[in-house]
Design a protein around this ligand. Structure first.
Ligand SMILES: *Cc1c(COP(=O)(O)O)cnc(C)c1O
Length: 374
C-alpha cells in the first residue's frame, strides 16, 4: 500500500463550502445568499468579460509563463520594477511558493492566530514549525481580534524564515496601523522575510492603515501579497501577485512557480481589470458603505462587532458561532463559522445584506421564524 507523507496524512480533509444553489433546493427556497467567501457581489466588469472572450480564442496555446504584459501593468500601477513582481495562480499559490522558496524542516513560519487558514497548512506541508501568536483585544474589554505585533516579534527566533502579517486580518477584519507596523518591520531580523498579506487592501478606508507597498520601500526583507480575487472581482480566475522590495525575493518565488499556472484568461482579465481601476474603486466604495451600514445595524442589535477594514465583518460569538451559522443557513444565508470563535460574514449586495439581517433576527428571535427573508 502506498502512503503519503505523515505531514500530509495529518492534514484535515478538504471540506467544500456550501453551494447556494444546492442549499436553496434543499430547503425549498428560490435563492440562497452566499456571504461566506469574501467575494464581491458585482459581476465581472464589461471590459473584463470582453478581454476574457477575446483571449478564449487563443487558448489552444500555452499562456505566457512570465505573464509579461500583466507584470508590466502591475509594475506601472505600483511604481516598481517588473523584476520585483511575481504573479501566481491566486495569492494562495504564492503563499505556497514562498514556503517552498524559504522554508524546510528545521525552520519556522510565524503568524498571528486566528488568521488566514492557509498559513498553518503551509507550514505543515513544508515540514516547518508553525509559530502561532494569539490575537489580542483591539479594544479594552473586547474580544481577541487584533495582531499582537510585539508578541509576534518576540516569537520570531533564528529558525524563522517567514512571517505573515495579514492586514486587514482575515477573519476578524481588524487592521494594524502604520506606526506599530513600521516599528515591527524595523525590528524583525534581516534574515526573516515579512510577507504583508494585503488581500483586502482595496477596502481599507482608514488612512492610518498603511499601504504595504509604501512600507516595503527600503526594507529588503519585506514583500506584499495582493490578489485579484476580492476587490477586483476575479475569484473564479485565480490570479494574485507578490511585490517584493528585493528583486531576489520575487526571483526566488518565480523559481518555484508551477509552470503556466496563471492561465491566459486570468492574465487577460487581470490586465483589463487594472485598466478599469476607477470602476473597481467605485465598487469598493459601495462595499465600504455597506460595511458601515451592516456594522451599525449589528451594533444596534446589541452585537459586538469590531471596526472592519475588509469586505466582511466578524461576530465574535464564541461557542454560539456554529449554531448561529446553522440557523442562518436554515434560512438560506451561508456565512463562514469558525467553531468556538466566531462567524465571518462577507459584505454582499444591499439586498443580500438585508436578507442576512432578517435571517439573523429570525434566528435570534427578534421576529417570528416565518418572517419573509425577501
Ligand atoms: C482570499 C485571501 C487570499 C488569496 O486569495 P486568492 O484567491 O488565492 O488570490 C490571500 N490571503 C488572504 C488573507 C485571503 O483572505
Amino acid at each position: 500500500m502506498v502512503s503519503p507523507r505523515p505531514a500530509v496524512q495529518a492534514l484535515p480533509a478538504y471540506r467544500p463550502g456550501r453551494n447556494p444553489a444546492d442549499l436553496a433546493r434543499e430547503i425549498g427556497v428560490e435563492r440562497a445568499v452566499k456571504l461566506a467567501s469574501n467575494e464581491v457581489a458585482f459581476p465581472p466588469l464589461p471590459a473584463v468579460v470582453r478581454a476574457i472572450a477575446a483571449a478564449a480564442a487563443e487558448t489552444n496555446r500555452y499562456p505566457d509563463n512570465g505573464a509579461v504584459v500583466l507584470t508590466a501593468a502591475l509594475a506601472e500601477r505600483y511604481g516598481v520594477d517588473p523584476a520585483q513582481i511575481s504573479t501566481g495562480c491566486g495569492a494562495v499559490t504564492l503563499c505556497q511558493e514562498l514556503a517552498q522558496a524559504y522554508t524546510e524542516p528545521g525552520t519556522s513560519i510565524a503568524f498571528a492566530w486566528r488568521s488566514f487558514e492557509m498559513y498553518p497548512l503551509l507550514a505543515q506541508v513544508a515540514g516547518a514549525r508553525a509559530i502561532q501568536v494569539p490575537l489580542v483585544p483591539g479594544r479594552e474589554g473586547g474580544p481577541a481580534d487584533t495582531h499582537d505585533l510585539d508578541g509576534l516579534l518576540a516569537a520570531i527566533d533564528d529558525t524563522t524564515r517567514l512571517v505573515f502579517v495579514c492586514n486587514p486580518n482575515n477573519p476578524t477584519g481588524t487592521a494594524v496601523r502604520r506606526a506599530e507596523l513600521k516599528r515591527f518591520l524595523d525590528a524583525v531580523p534581516a534574515t526573516t522575510l515579512v510577507v504583508l498579506d494585503e488581500a483586502y487592501r482595496e477596502f481599507v478606508s482608514d488612512p492610518d492603515v498603511p499601504d504595504g507597498v509604501e512600507l516595503m520601500r527600503g526594507r529588503p526583507n519585506v514583500a506584499v501579497l495582493r490578489t485579484f480575487s476580492k476587490a477586483w472581482g476575479l475569484a473564479g480566475l485565480r490570479v494574485g501577485y507578490l511585490i517584493a522590495e528585493d528583486p531576489a525575493v520575487a526571483e526566488a518565488v518565480r523559481k518555484t512557480h508551477v509552470p503556466f499556472s496563471v492561465s491566459m484568461l486570468a492574465q487577460a482579465a487581470a490586465v483589463a481589470a487594472l485598466a478599469s481601476e476607477d470602476e473597481v474603486r467605485d465598487r469598493c466604495a459601495a462595499v465600504v458603505a455597506e460595511r458601515a451600514r451592516l456594522t451599525a445595524a449589528l451594533r444596534e442589535r446589541g452585537l459586538d462587532v469590531a471596526d472592519s477594514q475588509a469586505n466582511f465583518v466578524w461576530l465574535p460569538l464564541g461557542e454560539q458561532a456554529g449554531s448561529l451559522a446553522a440557523g442562518l443557513e436554515a434560512r438560506a444565508v451561508i456565512t463562514r463559522p469558525f467553531a468556538g470563535e466566531g462567524v465571518r460574514v462577507s459584505i454582499g449586495a444591499p439586498e443580500e445584506n438585508d436578507a442576512f439581517l432578517a435571517a439573523l433576527d429570525a434566528v435570534r428571535g427578534r421576529q417570528p421564524d416565518d418572517a419573509p427573508l425577501r
